[in-house]
Design a protein around this ligand. Structure first.
Ligand code: UDP
Length: 537
């Protein structure tokens, strides 16, 4: 992968002429700064001012044209983390004529994707905030092919996981610092700015305590398309018929340790009659970890970023997350949310250390490793006495850090007990895709009324199966019918197994009823309602 921008591909004078005459052109998707991605022609960047520049000319385009709302608070989020005030993108405006007085532009010939990485030293952040969003932003715009050049503008150095970012395209990604070496004024021939947030599942607690995102839009299918791509790039093949089943313990070696790891491994091996191995980011290559996890039946690990590697687990596998003392598993669920995404088909189990004698605390460490010596005595005492960290905002809550960086002696019987509540026999892997496809609308719905006397009536309703049913194998097909008297807010709901039914309860003569019908596959796959049926008795 070359860092050089190949100038051979461009006719410099023609490019300069186009920039002078046409200026910058921008067309964006998204209604708000939080869901916006912009496509530019001739977006420029001053490496001295560290500002993007939009050049106005007779042919320039700016859509949306927000006026000063472009600064309220920004044109768009440059990272996938929603509305973070250190991650905003904007540009300054100049007339194209100003180019005469500026440094000679250096043109970037590659199609560029310009974005911020959020926290490139933390593996959870790397996958969740950067790799998945970059991968799916590239899927969204066909210009962003494998020859795309990634530009990371957050200002960090490469970081320990840079090799992973390099897998996303055939060109070496460039960092903000490196742009200075390319020239004083860079002009991107064609670029996209911003990242899709469609695959993110977690919010880190900047405005409300951390938790799953309110509206998750990704399923295990898309996650696994991405991991398949990463595994191909890493040269890790999926061994379909792997002979031996095994458990992986993903250990941390610097902090938040499992103190009795050997005992834990022995106990797991004995209980589940499976080989049990340990891996760590310090002692294994990334490819080796992926290879091992992608065939494992169970992954056991302390809460922490390394657990994002459950992305690579096969369907049917089990994730066991261990939480130190006083940390409520329900309050920290990035890995639970991942494991339980629809279609991930993983089993998730949380275990918490509830025995104070089994925890080792480090009050005298620096604050960012959980030390609390800098706090006043009363606060230190309150924290030490507390049995649960109260919900809090990101990211520097000292009580949270204090508890998060404890080491733990795992109580083996209680751990085996919680695993056994979920994993009855052997932990498995070879679960096939269960295929959750939704029914279409029921068809040809009709009703017929009959009146008996002045107070009794019946309503016979019939319909045909959804059109897609004949192509599907469905275990159970049911119908939900709502009968609503015209003008009323309430309705009577029924769950039915057949394609017709005669309703007589609470049906009045000389009344108009609205009948709503939908199909349900396998109890929980609810289809759309067919057009409402008007029935007069
Ligand atoms: N890390 C590690 N071994 C350790 C401690 C941390 O590999 O003993 C990695 C961890 O997986 C993450 C990064 O270092 O990618 C930062 O860890 P930190 O404890 O700050 O974050 P957390 O894991 O709590 O998200």
């Amino acid at each position: 992968q070359s860092q050089e921008l190949s100038q051979a591909q461009i006719d410099y004078h023609a490019a300069l002429q186009t920039l002078l005459e046409d200026g910058t052109r921008m067309v964006c998707t998204g209604r708000m700064h939080t869901d916006r991605i912009c496509r530019f022609e001739s977006l420029c960047y001053s490496t001295e001012a560290e500002e993007f520049i939009y050049f106005h000319s007779n042919s320039s385009v700016m859509l949306p044209n927000l006026g000063s709302r472009r600064f309220q608070p920004a044109l768009l989020d440059l990272s996938s983390v929603e509305d973070h005030n250190t991650q905003y993108f904007n540009f300054v405006e100049l007339p194209a004529a100003a180019l005469k007085f500026m440094p000679k532009p250096v043109f970037v010939p590659d199609v560029a994707l310009i974005a911020n990485r959020f926290n490139p030293d933390n593996l959870m952040h790397v996958f969740h905030d950067d790799l998945l969003p970059i991968y799916y932003t590239m899927q969204q715009f066909t210009d962003l092919d494998p020859e795309t050049r990634l530009f990371f503008m957050e200002g960090w150095s490469e970081g320990v996981h840079f090799d992973l970012y390099k897998l996303l395209s055939n060109k070496q990604p460039l960092l903000r610092e490196q742009l200075k070496t390319l020239g004083r004024l860079l002009c991107f021939t064609k670029s996209y700015v911003g990242l899709s947030k469609i695959t993110t599942w977690y919010q880190y607690g900047f405005v409300q305590p951390q938790g799953p995102k309110a509206n998750i839009l990704v399923s295990g299918n898309e996650i696994r398309q991405f991991t398949k791509f990463m595994m191909q790039k890493l040269n890790v093949s999926l061994e379909e018929s792997s002979s031996e089943e095994y458990i992986v313990v993903f250990s941390r070696t610097i902090n938040r340790l499992i103190l009795n790891e050997a005992e834990l491994i022995l106990a797991l091996a004995q209980e589940f009659q499976m080989k049990t191995i340990t891996v760590s980011l310090e002692e294994h290559s990334f490819s080796d970890i992926v290879r091992l996890i992608s065939n494992a039946s169970m992954l056991v690990s302390m809460h922490g970023a390394q657990l994002v590697m459950s992305l690579f687990l096969p369907r049917g596998a089990t994730v066991v997350e261990l939480f130190p003392y006083a940390i409520n598993p329900e309050h920290y669920t990035p890995y639970k949310t991942l494991a339980t995404l629809p279609g991930m088909d993983l089993q998730y189990i949380a275990w918490q250390n509830t025995a104070r004698e089994n925890t080792i605390t480090y009050p005298d460490r620096p604050w960012d490793q959980g030390g609390i010596a800098h706090l006043d005595k009363a606060e230190q005492e309150r924290i030490i006495k507390s049995t649960e960290v109260p919900r809090h905002l990101c990211c520097r809550n000292p009580e949270w850090l204090f508890r998060a960086y404890q080491d733990t002696k795992v109580d083996i019987p209680s751990l085996i007990h919680v695993i056994r509540q979920t994993v009855k026999s052997k932990p498995g892997t070879k679960k096939k895709w269960s295929g959750s496809l939704y029914p279409g609308k029921v068809r040809d719905a009709r009703c017929q009324a009959s009146v008996q006397g002045t107070s009794e009536a019946k309503l016979s309703v019939s319909w045909q199966v959804p059109w897609n049913l004949k192509y599907l194998k469905v275990r159970e097909v049911k119908y939900e019918v709502w009968i609503q008297e015209q003008g009323e807010n309430t309705y009577m709901p029924y769950i039915l197994s057949h394609q017709n039914h005669t309703f007589s309860e609470n049906i009045k003569p000389f009344t108009i009823y609205l009948v709503w019908i939908r199909c349900i596959f396998n109890k929980n796959l609810l289809g759309p309602f067919a057009d409402v049926l008007l029935c007069s008795t």
